[in-house]
Design a protein. Structure first.
Length: 204
């Protein structure tokens, strides 16, 4: 390697190194997005599909964000609060979806057990918290399901008033994995960058 080649290579390294790291961060964020999509709680898929990878040109960085307003509540939970009439309506709609999909069953269908594993302590004994333990299902009319959904939603709302919402911590519990994804991508990117041919530049 000549002095001229060495100087050109050093200039290329100094210019291209930060770009290589930024590309690694973007790649790691994309992998992290796919991972968190698989770990996010799912109802209609709105929260799961709200993950975004954003390039911040001002700070020369990358963000992995979820811009759904309730994402923070799903992650960290919430202190006891009084639910609004609009919130109660949305809660009832959620219960109806669960009843219609078969993920939740009307009270009195068969053997009662607590249907929400994550809320087993919070909702134990609350009106409307029941499942059936076999695949046999009793047929219910839409009107009956509406009444049942309202009862269950009311019970959940009262639970929110007393004990709040327990966060899922689906991000916090996976920070180690997300950090490892970042480390892997940075190491891979820098290895490729610094082991490129001597005459090669860097096309960021």
């Amino acid at each position: 390697m000549t002095d001229g080649q060495l100087g050109a290579r050093l200039r290329s390294d100094a210019t291209g190194g930060p770009k290589a790291i930024l590309q690694a961060m973007y790649s790691a964020a994309q992998r992290g997005k796919s991972f968190l999509v698989s770990k996010s709680p799912v109802d209609r898929g709105i929260l799961r599909n709200a993950w975004k990878v954003v390039k911040l040109s001002v700070f020369n960085a990358v963000e992995l964000v979820n811009d759904q307003p309730y994402a923070g509540v799903m992650e960290r939970g919430a202190k006891p609060f009084k639910i609004s009439s609009e919130g109660l309506w949305a809660l009832k709609a959620w219960v109806m979806r669960k009843l219609k999909s078969g993920e939740m069953f009307p009270q009195g269908a068969q053997t009662k057990i607590t249907w929400a594993k994550g809320w087993s302590k919070q909702l134990a004994g609350a009106k409307g918290t029941s499942l059936i333990t076999s695949h046999r299902k009793k047929r219910f009319t839409t009107a009956q399901l509406e009444v049942e959904a309202e009862s269950i939603a009311w019970a959940i709302a009262k639970t929110f008033e007393k004990v709040g919402i327990k966060g899922k911590r689906f991000v916090m519990q996976n920070l180690t994995i997300l950090a490892q994804l970042m480390d892997d991508e940075v190491k891979r990117s820098l290895s490729t960058f610094f082991n490129r041919p001597i005459r090669s530049g860097f096309n960021g």
